[in-house]
Design a protein around this ligand. Structure first.
Ligand SMILES: *Cc1c(COP(=O)(O)O)cnc(C)c1O
Length: 354
């Protein structure tokens, strides 16, 4: 830390991304990326665009917005495109929270909500999940705060129903409710259609998981036009060229290859159910996941031990050391082959440890 850093920033605990070690080749099941490459159409579109990189990107993201509007059955002025959905979450904290209107989110959820709240100096309330890691919606009803909920939640994978989200929306007409649908394509109902009924709803999605474009950094927000205008005020006050040319082209092409995305999501869901079944046979306890990961613990081996032993054997999973969840690990669902390697290594570790 330099002696020039301002007080608040010197105390902040930044977000810690999942490790990306380079010491050997790992089976990477720790950051919820897709095990599949991007659609070939997205790869071609991006490489064609590479030859035009002397020009700035389109600040209005015109072609991508058109394609998204068609795909999600909303109007073009109901969409904002961003550099990964983390960016739209950051913008939302900036635009819709302050010292008077704080933020609220579950105690166990995506770690970035807390980081953004602290970064923007916003008071926040962490509402405990139930014992079984489901979200109790009662504390959110009529709460005088901006609410952030990942649906399905991370790292639990548990989804709220659309009816539950509607209850939160209708009891908070004067508070913005942000629903982070990063994992929605893996078997959870989207609440995008609700933006027509509730002007206090912002839905965020990403191309990082189901569309295999984590490295391209592309996300978007869908909401009523006034909310989108506010987000654009923040966007044009920070970086109007936030989405680069190659990513804009890759994103539109990936969206047009919906069949490719759907097929990959189906495979991931099948592999998730297969892996959950096999892990349960080995004695693991898991939350019911609607996402591309499993959240699992074993009564005979601690969370940290399983994580470390798997890492030694070349398989990376994600361990969190927060007290309520330190016996668990989050395991990204990969290909069938990767899952079989994982299961094999786990059964050997269990033989040693139990
Ligand atoms: C992965 C993830 C995001 C952000 O993804 P981007 O790569 O920034 O688009 C947002 N929310 C949750 C819950 C996530 O898991």
């Amino acid at each position: 830390m330099s002696r020039f850093i301002c007080g608040k920033l010197s105390r902040i605990a930044p977000y810690v991304p999942g490790e990306q070690p380079r010491d050997k080749r790992y089976i990477k099941l720790n950051t919820n990326e897709s095990p599949f490459p991007p659609s070939p159409r997205a790869v071609t579109a991006a490489s064609q665009e590479a030859a035009r990189l002397e020009l700035y990107s389109d600040p209005d993201c015109t072609q991508l917005v058109k394609t998204l509007a068609k795909r999600y059955a909303v109007n073009e002025d109901e969409i904002v495109c961003v550099n990964g959905s983390d960016e739209v979450l950051n913008f939302a904290f900036k635009a819709f929270c302050d010292a008077e209107r704080g933020a609220a989110f579950p105690d166990i959820t995506y770690g970035f909500y807390k980081v953004f709240a602290e970064f923007h100096d916003i008071p926040y309330e962490q509402i405990p999940l139930n014992e079984d890691f489901t979200i109790d919606i009662k504390p959110y009803l009529g709460i005088n705060k901006t609410v952030f909920i990942a649906n399905p939640n991370a790292p639990t994978g548990i989804a709220l129903s659309t009816e539950q989200i509607e209850e939160i929306l209708s009891s908070n007409p004067d508070n913005l409710i942000v629903i982070d649908e990063a994992y929605v394509d893996f078997g959870c109902e989207s609440c995008v259609p609700l933006i027509k009924k509730y002007d206090n709803l912002l839905v965020t999605q990403t191309f990082s998981k189901s569309r295999s474009l984590a490295g391209a950094r592309l996300g978007f927000g869908i909401a009523n036009p006034a909310i989108i205008r506010d987000l654009n005020t923040v966007r044009f006050s920070t970086n109007p060229y936030n989405v680069n040319r190659m990513t804009l082209a890759a994103g539109a092409a990936a969206l047009e290859d919906e069949e490719y995305t759907q097929t990959n999501c189906r495979v991931i869901i099948e592999n998730r159910e297969y892996t959950a079944r096999r892990l349960a046979e080995m004695g693991f306890k898991m939350t019911p996941s609607s996402a591309n990961f499993l959240f699992a613990r074993h009564p005979g081996v601690s969370g940290i031990t399983l994580y470390l032993k798997l890492k030694e054997r070349g398989v990376l999973i994600r361990h969190f050391d927060a007290p309520r969840i330190c016996e668990y690990n989050r395991i990204t669902v990969g290909t069938k082959e990767q899952m079989d390697t994982l299961l094999n290594e786990i059964s050997k570790i269990l033989e040693e440890e139990t």
